[in-house]
Ligand binder design. Structure first.
Ligand SMILES: [Zn+2]
Ligand SMILES: [Zn+2]
Length: 95
């Protein structure tokens, strides 16, 4: 009989970090309540946006990602990227 070691520790660790994936940007890995690498101020300058795939990123991070890609795909799951919920107040139309 071999040692059947069930890894129970994993569960404890997982419960601690259960929402880590939701709290950090999948692109820059910075917390959503912090600054992205090229952001100046937390919050105001780095709105968080969600895709229809439920992955979230800083607006400027996903924008830069999309601009660098030929196709608009989520950097996490490679599904078609569409904004689900934008933190920006409507589209920039002529004022
Ligand atoms: Zn980011
Ligand atoms: Zn995704």
């Amino acid at each position: 009989m071999t040692f059947a070691v069930k890894i129970k520790k994993w569960h404890a660790v997982a419960s601690w970090t259960w929402n880590a994936g939701d709290d950090v940007c999948g692109i820059c890995r910075m917390p959503f309540d912090g600054c992205p690498p090229d952001g100046k101020y937390p919050g105001d300058d780095s709105p968080v946006v969600w895709g229809i795939c439920t992955h979230a990123f800083h607006l400027q991070c996903i924008n830069r990602w999309l601009q660098s890609q030929a196709e608009q795909k989520c950097p996490f799951c490679r599904r078609q990227w569409e904004f689900k919920q934008a933190a920006i107040g409507g589209e920039d139309s002529d004022a």
